[in-house]
Ligand binder design. Sequence first.
Ligand code: DAT
Ligand code: MG
Length: 177
Amino acid sequence: YLVVVGGFLLNVFIHIKSIFLIRGICIMERTFLMIKPDAVQRNLIGEIISRIERKGLKIVGGKFIIPTKDTVNVHYAEHTEKPFFHKLVSFLTSGPVFAMVVEGEDAVAVSRHIIGKTNPTEADPGTIRGDYGLTVGRNIIHGSDSVESAEREINLWFNDDEIYSYEAIRENWLYEE
Ligand code: DAT
Ligand code: MG
């Protein structure tokens, strides 16, 4: 019984840690997005950031870097056993990416929606992958798939002092009281 209660309290703590800001009834989240090397090479950084900004999401961290193999191995640890893992790692370390921390109400789910399905063949038109991607191995952008993954990935790619919280006046028009 104590183990169950303890596990529950730990889960609550993890959730409260990731829900760092509560504005009215809406829950603000942070997510990790990364414009992959194919999109950088194709000059799509601006297009993609425009979509994120237009949606109302707030960029609170950003960096242009060539990822190390170590970082990508940890980032994609869940795919270590997949047949495409090796190619995935060499693709992501092949050139610069633009990594971002993005904040907003339901930021994780909202950004997965505007990114579209993993395989651009199935991604709807109007989504980033649907509009700019053609194959799964070159699918333009990464977005965290859950609040837990987001927290893990943000900590992997960013130091705390590289993320800036700030209030933007537009938020009064994006969110209800
Ligand atoms: P997502 O990026 O939508 O979270 P994922 O986590 O399943 O998708 O896979 C991570 C990345 O691995 C994905 O963006 C592209 C690559 N990938 C996934 N499935 C693949 C496949 N069948 N063949 C080649 N690459 C694949
Ligand atoms: Mg994924």
